[in-house]
Design a protein around this ligand. Structure first.
Ligand SMILES: [Zn+2]
Length: 437
């Protein structure tokens, strides 16, 4: 693990790897891709997701929310990745949305990565008429055809593409598990900032370029919560991850679609964590915009350093021509109930794991908020040189901490349904699933 981190530090500025689709433009057997974006900004005031303490409906929109899809196809085998500017798909919502997209687009479960960016300044998606606000149910019902539409559009507008990959680094995400020692000497882990804790600063960027070299999509992976804005904020925003997407699209212009896929960030927050609200005084750059821009700048810089090639390198070009996918539901050890608690003992907790290979690039989608150490370990053990670790993907099973965190306790451990052994199993199984593709 240490070696891998050291390597990432050395690579901090845009080491660029290249590969190209093996077939000439127009050849049906070659790699094709399509991309689409759809607006999902709420039109009515809604309850917002992420902070139990927050009361009141949204009062306005700072920046728009979108769903972005990128679809790939080689020899009839497809892969669709959707990034949605909401917290994630909790309760039955994820299953309902996934089923609708799969049915409409004739996709296998393993061919769909339906992901949330985990912004805490977006509507709570829910279909629960008894408990939820009517505007939230209405919003979620309208979201379903929009997600189907964005996937359908991406699949309907496929064209021959070339891929390029680059790696950068960004310090926006910080480890949030801060050790506090009280006057009586008792210690606890609180949500704050831990400069000594693990972070994964990798910014992984995939350029999907048309035959003429113009960008179709820029997909990027980075590990941070979308929590620059806190419980006092009632303004709709994509927060840091959403603002980074918007920045990249604005700078690159045209129709380019730039979805973020949020990495393993269960214990990672943006550097400015939980501000009371968006400050829009004249002359003030709102902090989430600052941090989103910081991340977006790195994505653009890495993107610009990616050179397209029609490389005849047989290993790289050969690998780029293949898509393989798998989807499993792992049954992981459950956390035992606290001593004296009336909580019912569960034997296992399900976790959806979706894996895909697109040539030399791996994708691992995890249906939970996993600790950053888990993402780093999967990347390190992956058989592919580059791995998109994507959380809040095809499910939302809550926090998945590493074993060591259970000794220290803290917010994520208290709210987790998983037992301390779960993390190691996830790492092992994710790597095995990738190896089997
Ligand atoms: Zn979270």
């Amino acid at each position: 693990m240490k070696t891998r981190l050291a390597v990432l530090c050395v690579l901090s500025f845009s080491v660029v790897l290249l590969f190209a689709s093996p077939s000439p433009a127009g050849n049906a057997a070659g790699l094709k891709a399509g991309a689409a974006r759809i607006d999902i900004t709420p039109e009515k005031p809604v309850n917002m997701s992420g902070y139990a303490a927050r009361k009141g409906l949204s009062t306005g929109v700072h920046d728009p929310l979108s769903a972005r899809a990128v679809a790939f196809e080689v020899n009839g085998k497809r892969l669709v990745l959707i990034s949605t500017d909401i917290i994630g798909f909790y309760e039955e919502v994820g299953g309902v949305m996934r089923q609708a997209i799969q049915d409409e687009c004739k996709l296998q479960p393993s061919e769909l990565f339906l992901c949330g960016i985990h912004t805490h300044s977006a509507p709570t998606p829910t279909l629960n008429r008894e408990r939820a606000h009517a505007n939230n149910v209405e919003y979620t019902e309208a979201l379903k055809p929009k997600l189907v539409e964005v996937a359908r559009k991406a699949l309907a507008n496929m064209e021959p593409v070339k891929l390029g990959l680059g790696v950068g680094s960004c310090p926006v995400g910080g480890n949030r598990r801060e050790l506090r020692v009280a006057n009586n000497g008792e210690s606890s882990i609180v949500l704050g900032r831990n400069p000594y804790g693990t972070t994964d600063k990798e910014v992984l960027v995939m350029k999907v370029a048309k035959a003429d070299g113009a960008p179709l999509a820029v997909m990027f992976d980075y590990a941070t919560h979308g929590t620059a804005l806190g419980t006092g904020n009632l303004t709709i925003s994509g927060d840091v991850p959403g603002l980074a997407e918007q920045f990249v699209e604005k700078i690159l212009g045209g129709d380019v679609v730039a979805p973020i896929f949020v990495g393993a960030s269960g214990n990672i927050d943006p550097w400015f964590r939980v501000l009371p609200k968006i400050n829009e005084e004249p002359g003030w750059v709102p902090e989430p915009v600052l941090l989103g821009t910081f991340l977006g700048e790195e994505v653009v810089s890495v993107y610009r350093a990616i050179r397209q090639t029609n490389s005849a390198d047989p290993t790289r070009s050969g690998a780029a021509g293949k898509i393989a996918t798998n989807f499993v539901t792992l049954q992981l050890p459950a956390r035992p109930p606290e001593a004296g608690s009336t909580e019912k003992k569960q034997d296992s907790v399900p976790l959806n794991v979706t894996v895909a290979r697109l040539g030399d690039v791996a994708f691992v989608g995890l249906g939970a908020e996993v600790f950053t150490e888990i993402g780093v370990a999967i990347k390190a053990g992956s058989p592919c040189p580059h791995t998109f670790v994507i959380t809040h993907c095809n499910g939302s099973a809550g926090y998945l901490p590493i074993k060591e965190a259970y000794v220290q306790d803290g917010y994520e451990v208290k709210s987790s349904r998983f037992g301390p052994q779960a993390a190691e199993i996830v790492v092992r199984e994710a790597i095995r699933l990738l190896q089997d593709l």
